[in-house]
Design a protein around this ligand. Structure first.
Ligand code: PRX
Length: 646
């Protein structure tokens, strides 16, 4: 029998007015605390709270090498356009790769990759450096300069992080578009970023099938004349058309003399942009969040070390897609900066059997696993016999991210994967925050479903509509009250929207877009988004984008989509459609519309169902009241409908 290192504790006194769920405690044993990097949360929290700028300055010295030091740690003279480590010279790639080459880590594995069909590739820091440097030289030869944007649209293969790092090395700004997105979504992102170069692959393997990425990219690029060159990785062997003069094979470029392994890492200003990443917000098209080299590296390295307790000889597996922020911060940059070994898997968790993930934990001796509630729920369906067949004893810590984890999934994960030995780090954060923001540490007591408390130096609060803090146990708007180094700097090309969306509802504090509660112990409980964002299997989608995909079908006059609870996906998309007069509603048309959204946006955006309606509830000014649709669909009270159109 494994020893229970984290034990349920029933000594917490029930609080009146707060749900009983808030009193289910799990306490780490003395052994867990002994192993942890941070053993006393309270002591460090007090120091960091008293001087959060000092706390981050210390971390910048502890974990990062700089070419030139900063003159100012935090410049808040132009709020909310905060700047961190002003005057410092750096490059995240120097910290993620270059500096390790001079140490024992040179021959250590930086990246281990397994393909869906079982093939393996691995890269030492030395080997990763060669690939990154060569591709950086290729990008230069294609005319990419500092500040240029490069769109990366690929499956989960090693060339994806290599392309990202190559951009960063020469000061270009990568814009990774999730490989599950489709034509219209990709097109919008290429256009908005004005990328002249797109890096893609012929196809991607997923669930035993091939996703035709190059075909989708061709379609998107046809509508985006800005693109001059497309670099294509041969992954599946799928026959793809290559346009003369525009398209080039990755492997051919990498075997030319232009792919010089001697490529200097550009020394940049701390505030120079590192990447942009599109995400959905309140209204309109997705917007690109901009992150920088200096503060971001401090934020991701600190959180990975302090929260996931990453040790030099650890094998770390963040099972997210590199195309989302979790992958950027915790598959690529964070683990490499710490000199750890990052594991990456190409395919579906259940391919060919539901123990695929557990087989890989066993095969590679994974020590820390970081995934999403939707994946846990999906694997839970198949029962515990699958993980029980495998040796999971290498695991030391577990993580969860992306949406609230329901206590049943938490307990299943804790018992069957962590064998009651591994604390679960339920980490709340966002594309915008760049790094974990509300999170436990291995040494703190856990409550299933709560991300515990804000990370060191941060102060969160929960406000009512007027911006007053609510009482413990009451729901309200989650806000962050202090700047942090990995924070977004702006929205690409739209600084006004940055101010408007995040800093205007409650001046001086950052609006997260989430609703939450805080319990009597100061623990935070995230409830969900309060804006027009839907979280489908942890993927963040905007209602506006799905609606515009629907309206692009000739049968659709108007459309509204909402998210409703779904057992596996957390939330699922439900669409309400008003047809043009010469079309008739039918189950076939509903299916056609679902497929249409799938091919414009990507499979994750496909509505669960499409309902045909005669009218949509709107305000007198013509805004669709999704709130009312949602209440009606769930049989709940419609709330204040005084602004509803006659
Ligand atoms: O609603 C919160 C939810 O995911 C949103 C951010 O989504 P995205 O920018 O795609 O980043 C996801 C990965 C960092 C948040 O506004 N969310 C994220 N983590 C959690 C969560 N909700 C509850 N618990 C979490 N641990």
């Amino acid at each position: 029998m494994p020893t229970a290192d984290v034990v349920p504790d029933s000594s917490g006194t029930p609080a009146s007015g707060v749900e009983s769920q808030h009193d289910e405690w799990y306490k780490p044993s003395a052994g867990v605390i002994e192993r942890a990097y941070i053993k006393d949360w309270e002591a460090l929290a007090r120091t960091a709270d008293a001087d959060f700028v000092g706390f981050w300055e210390e971390r910048a010295k502890e974990l990062i090498d700089w070419h030139e030091p900063w003159t100012t740690v935090l410049d808040d003279t132009d709020k909310p356009f905060f700047k961190w480590f002003v005057g410092a010279k750096t490059n995240i790639v120097y910290n993620a790769i270059d500096r390790h080459l001079k140490t024992h880590r040179r021959n250590k594995l930086a990246l281990i990759w397994e393909g869906e069909s079982g093939e393996q590739r691995s890269f030492s820091y030395h080997a990763l450096n060669r690939e990154v440097s060569k591709f950086a030289s290729v990008l230069k030869a294609l005319g990419v300069k500092k500040g240029d944007r490069v769109t990366i649209y690929m499956g989960r293969i090693p060339e994806l992080p290599i392309a990202m790092l190559a951009c960063a090395k020469i000061g270009a700004v990568h814009s990774v578009v999730y490989g599950g997105f489709s034509t219209e979504a990709l097109h919008d992102r290429i256009e908005d970023s004005q990328s002249r170069i797109v890096v893609t692959c012929d196809g991607a393997f997923l669930n035993g099938k091939v996703v035709e990425l190059k075909r989708i990219a061709d379609e998107a690029i046809r509508r985006a004349p800005i693109v001059e060159h497309v670099v294509v990785v041969k992954r599946t062997g799928l026959e793809v058309p290559m346009e003369e003069g525009r398209d080039m094979w990755w492997h051919e470029l990498m075997s030319l003399p232009i792919a010089d392994w001697r490529c200097a890492t550009e020394i940049l200003d701390a505030e120079d942009p590192l990447y942009m990443l599109y995400t959905s917000g309140t209204t309109g098209k997705p917007k690109a969040i901009v992150h920088t080299h200096g503060g971001y590296q401090v934020g991701v390295a600190t959180t990975l070390k302090y929260v996931f307790d990453l040790k030099d000889d650890d094998r770390w597996w963040c099972a997210a897609d590199p195309g989302w922020v979790t992958g950027h911060s915790y598959i690529v940059y964070g683990p490499l900066i710490l000199g750890a070994t990052s594991f990456m898997y190409e395919g579906a968790p259940t391919y060919p059997y539901p123990d695929r993930w557990w087989a890989m934990v066993e095969r590679y001796g994974i020590n820390v696993l970081y995934t999403a509630p939707t994946a846990i729920r999906g694997l839970m369906r198949f029962g515990e016999a699958w993980p029980n067949r495998r040796d999971l004893s290498s695991l030391r810590l577990l993580g969860s991210v992306g949406e609230p984890i329901n206590p049943e999934a938490w307990r299943w994960y804790f018992k069957n994967i962590g064998k009651e030995r591994c604390p679960i780090m339920d980490t709340w954060w966002q594309t915008e925050t760049g790094m974990l923001m509300i999170t436990p540490l291995p040494c703190v007591n856990l409550k299933p479903g709560s991300g515990t408390r804000p990370f060191f130096g941060q102060q969160a609060d929960i406000y009512d509509e007027q911006g007053h803090p609510v009482k413990d146990g009451e729901e309200g708007f989650l806000v962050l009250k202090r700047p942090w180094p990995a924070m977004l700097r702006t929205i690409y090309g739209d600084p006004d929207r940055y101010v408007e969306q995040y800093w205007s509802k409650f001046p001086g504090v950052y609006l997260t877009g989430d609703s939450a509660k805080r319990d009597k112990d100061g623990y935070y409980w995230i409830i969900g988004r309060v804006d027009d964002v839907i979280k489908v299997s942890g993927y963040r989608l905007g209602t506006a984008e799905v609606e515009s995909a629907l309206v692009s079908h000739p049968a659709v006059a108007e459309a509204a989509v909402i998210g409703l609870p779904h057992e596996l996906k957390g939330q699922a998309i439900h669409a309400f459609v008003l047809l043009r007069h010469d079309y008739t509603a039918s189950p076939e048309l509903a299916e056609e519309l679902r497929q249409h959204v799938g091919s414009e946006m990507g499979p994750i955006a496909k509505p669960e169902d499409v309902k045909f309606v005669d009218q949509l509830p709107k305000t007198r000014s013509g805004k669709i009241m999704r709130r009312v649709l949602k209440a009606r669909a769930q049989g709940l009270p419609e709330g204040d409908i005084s602004t509803l159109e006659e």
